[in-house]
Write a protein that binds this ligand. Sequence first.
Ligand SMILES: Cc1cc2nc3c(=O)[nH]c(=O)nc-3n(C[C@H](O)[C@H](O)[C@H](O)COP(=O)(O)O)c2cc1C
Length: 303
Amino acid sequence: MADLKVKIGDITFSNPLIAASGTFGFGHEYNEFYPLSKLGGISCKGITLQKRDGNPPPRIAETPSGILNAVGLQNPGVDHFIKEDLPWLKQQDTVIIANIAGNTTEDYCKMAEKLSDSDVDMIELNISCPNVKSGGVQFGTSCESVGAITSAVRKYCKKPLVVKLSPNVTDIAEIAKAAEANGADVISMINTLTGMKIDINTRRPIIRNNTGGLSGAAVFPVAVRMVWQVANAVKIPIIGMGGITTWQDAVEMMIAGATALQIGTVLFNDPYAPIKICEGMNKFLDDNNIASVTELTGTIKPW
Ligand SMILES: Cc1cc2nc3c(=O)[nH]c(=O)nc-3n(C[C@H](O)[C@H](O)[C@H](O)COP(=O)(O)O)c2cc1C
């Protein structure tokens, strides 16, 4: 059996598969299918300083090979997360990542400060949510704003800091460099691509928010391209995501440059996907006489 463990800084993941933020809640529902220790980690639903109800429905629409969502960061707030959700999550023997979003830079800093005194293993800065009016992607689309928020949060963040990038930009490599230069320990990418679906009879957008974020298999080639570009631009590790559905996708994303992976939308079709992907990766590594999954990262041979 090949070694599936990956390391990011001082943190060891039992395998590269991490549940993506917003697609796994705080883990309770999936724990009915399997022990959460089967996962390398869990990136929890995005939390904000205060509780949020999210956007009005409809908030999700199916599209060819993907979904559009505009959930709008529904969550119970950071204090509730620390008090009620984190103690149980920490018993699950997997890496716990807190995913945070804010209306203002101060919100992000306050949350980073609170979470630094908690038991979370890593903090993931969501500056890429396309589905909220304030907070989210407006921090993530220019090098200046990404640099400013990363360096502000860095001052309060005593945990490894993951900066999650938006694909809705012109040059994602430049944005990644700004995050790295201002103190990010890790890049995670990609968040959803802004999309739209219209009912031709009512002529209304299907999603109440008008637009939503596209995820799932449809975005996979875009994510691979961006991970490859960013891997060529920064030295810090990348957690790659966006449409990973099969073990072949997982291997491909690592070859493109990812050290670890997150998977989200596929979980709605098949909650067992991470387990099946780990099994498939293991067999691929064994069949190819590769001792450790870490040997895949960044081994692309571009033309
Ligand atoms: C319903 C839904 C809710 C999401 N909520 C969050 C969130 O709270 N924070 C965040 O950083 N990303 C959020 N995302 C984005 C995912 O974490 C991930 O970046 C994206 O879906 C691409 O991966 P996938 O194609 O494997 O789902 C959400 C995605 C979906 C589908």
